[in-house]
Design a protein around this ligand. Structure first.
Ligand code: F6R
Length: 366
């Protein structure tokens, strides 16, 4: 059932083009000009009454929620907070009937996420679930459900569940935007078209897996690594770092690029590997300055940037390029090399890729 791959994780990484297609497929109108989310029973009036959104999840799903926050705020102009589920309940969150709570869970059974959902409902909020398991506890208890059609995810390290959660957030953000008329119809059409190109673009990245394998073998003996980025690149950096820790056991940290010099730069010395994400065009110049702070101290930077981006490539030691897309959609592409990196680093270190030590696929204790 690994379909010829050595590990479930690799199979699931390769499942992604299809998973993207399955998740967005029927939810884009034939004319390509609007999002259809028939599964959502919220009326237009109810949508107009949403005052704030709280996204609650754990681990990788939380990282998808961080991208979701940027996407919804940018497209629908509704204020969004994203919380780790095990923290959410204990901070007395301000939940009102005008609050939409979005819980994100691959399994739909994560104890803390489920408890957060119940807390939100007790306080009168409407709950929307993004989950990969039809019939899961989360899907049964939420008011509305957007199913991610990733198919079963077996490897402990989440890959296709994360990227299809991103697809769900893009669809939801555009759906809210078309209802609230916060985005011009032409931009909606343009964004949907760019989304439909993502599966092919993922395929083209997967075809260059060897470049990442070579880099993974280079960093496999290291004990520490940093990921830096700004805006949603930082959200992807967090996910790349979690994935690497989880299966390769290499310690890594993700930092907002501008924050390094407030302490962490002290850890950068000769040959410390740093992965810099530079996909947000409005922030790239600033990220380049942060890359220079690293290289000036001997850090070795792998830059992830759009193909043909000579400016960024010049500032780093080596580059992995990804095909051009809209900046807001870039997480759906940049995370792919980071998934491959953690896979190959884990492999190079002789770890059990699919079953990392100390971890369970579904966490049903709080
Ligand atoms: C990391 C990973 C975990 C899960 C987290 C939430 O690769 O898989 O961080 O994302 O345990 O699980 P779900 O999404 O099932 O609620």
């Amino acid at each position: 059932e690994k379909a010829g791959f050595d590990h479930f994780m690799m199979k699931e990484i390769y499942d992604q083009p299809k998973a993207y297609r399955d998740t967005i497929g029927s939810r884009i109108s034939e004319a390509g000009d609007s999002v259809i989310l028939d599964e959502i029973s919220m009326t237009a009036d109810q949508i107009r009454n949403i005052r704030n959104i709280q996204i609650v999840a754990c681990g990788t799903a939380y990282h998808a929620g961080l991208v979701g926050k940027s996407v919804i705020e940018k497209l629908a102009r509704i204020p969004v907070e994203t919380d780790v589920a095990s923290e959410y309940r204990y901070r007395s969150p301000i939940i009102t009937p005008e609050t939409l709570v979005i819980v994100v869970s691959q399994s739909g059974e994560t104890a803390d996420t489920l408890a957060a959902l119940r807390e939100a409902k007790r306080n009168g909020a409407r709950v929307l679930a993004i989950t990969n398991v039809v019939g899961s506890s989360v899907s049964r208890e939420a008011d509305d459900v957007i199913v991610t059609w990733a198919g079963p995810e077996i490897a402990v390290a989440s890959t296709k569940a994360y990227t299809t959660q991103l697809m769900a957030f893009y669809l939801l953000g555009l759906f809210l935007a078309q209802t609230l008329e916060t985005v011009e119809p032409a931009e909606i059409r343009h964004t949907l078209a760019a989304m439909q190109s993502l599966p092919e673009q993922v395929e083209s990245i997967l075809a260059r897996g060897e470049e990442i394998q070579a880099y993974a073998e280079q960093i496999a003996p290291k004990e520490h690594l940093f990921f830096i980025g700004r805006g949603i690149d930082y959200a992807v950096a967090l996910e790349g770092s979690l994935k690497l820790k989880e299966i390769s056991y290499i310690h890594s940290e993700a930092y907002p690029a501008g924050e390094l010099k407030h302490g962490t730069l002290a850890l950068i010395e000769d040959d410390v590997p740093v992965i810099a994400l530079g996909l947000q065009s409005d922030l790239q110049e600033k990220t380049v300055s942060n890359v220079k702070e690293v290289t000036a101290r001997g850090g070795k930077v792998l830059g992830i940037a759009y193909e043909g981006d000579a400016e960024f490539a010049k500032s780093v030691d080596q580059t992995f390029s990804i095909p051009r897309t809209l900046d807001v959609l870039s997480p759906a592409l940049t995370v792919i090399p980071l998934q491959l990196l953690s896979y190959y680093a884990s492999l190079a270190r002789g770890n059990d890729v699919d079953k990392p030590r100390n971890l369970a696929k579904s966490v049903t204790v709080e």
